[in-house]
Design a binder for this molecule. Structure first.
Ligand SMILES: [Cu+2]
Length: 137
């Protein structure tokens, strides 16, 4: 029995280390401001990630995020629940790009995530579909 525990730990541990390194090496993406004054970024979602997982935008400047899902039958969405900062978004994702528009009104770091979940399973958010939207002054 103990041997089995050890084997399980040895099998799982390196995967965790890998996952942490993966998250750490993800570069923050700073949204580019277009000539029309709109800052734009793209987010792709899939099993189970958002890419990029860290987006930096400026406060009080309109944002347009082009959101799409990698092909596959698993449904995903994009949720940002921060009404106090002008963002209350819940948009289902499809393989066709959708534009999500909002204007952040308060600096801070806000999570974006997928709230899909099958009964008796971990939520997609828990499986890694979570990122940070960083709003700077
Ligand atoms: Cu999802």
């Amino acid at each position: 029995m103990k041997m089995i525990h050890l084997m399980i730990i040895l099998m799982i541990f390196p995967l965790h280390v890998f996952a942490l390194e993966e998250a750490g090496t993800q570069e923050a993406y700073t949204a580019a401001v277009g000539a029309d004054g709109v800052q734009r970024a793209e987010i792709t979602g899939g099993e189970y990630f958002f890419r990029p997982s860290h987006i930096i935008v400026k406060k009080d400047v309109p944002v347009e995020v082009s959101v799409k899902k990698e092909s596959g039958i698993v449904p995903h969405n994009l949720v940002i629940s921060a009404p106090e900062a002008g963002m209350d978004i819940k948009e289902s994702m499809s393989s066709e790009t959708k534009a999500v528009r909002f204007t952040p009104t308060k600096a801070g770091k806000y999570p974006f995530y997928c709230d899909k979940k099958l009964p008796f399973a971990k939520s997609h958010r828990e499986k890694g579909m979570e990122g940070i939207l960083e709003v700077t002054e």
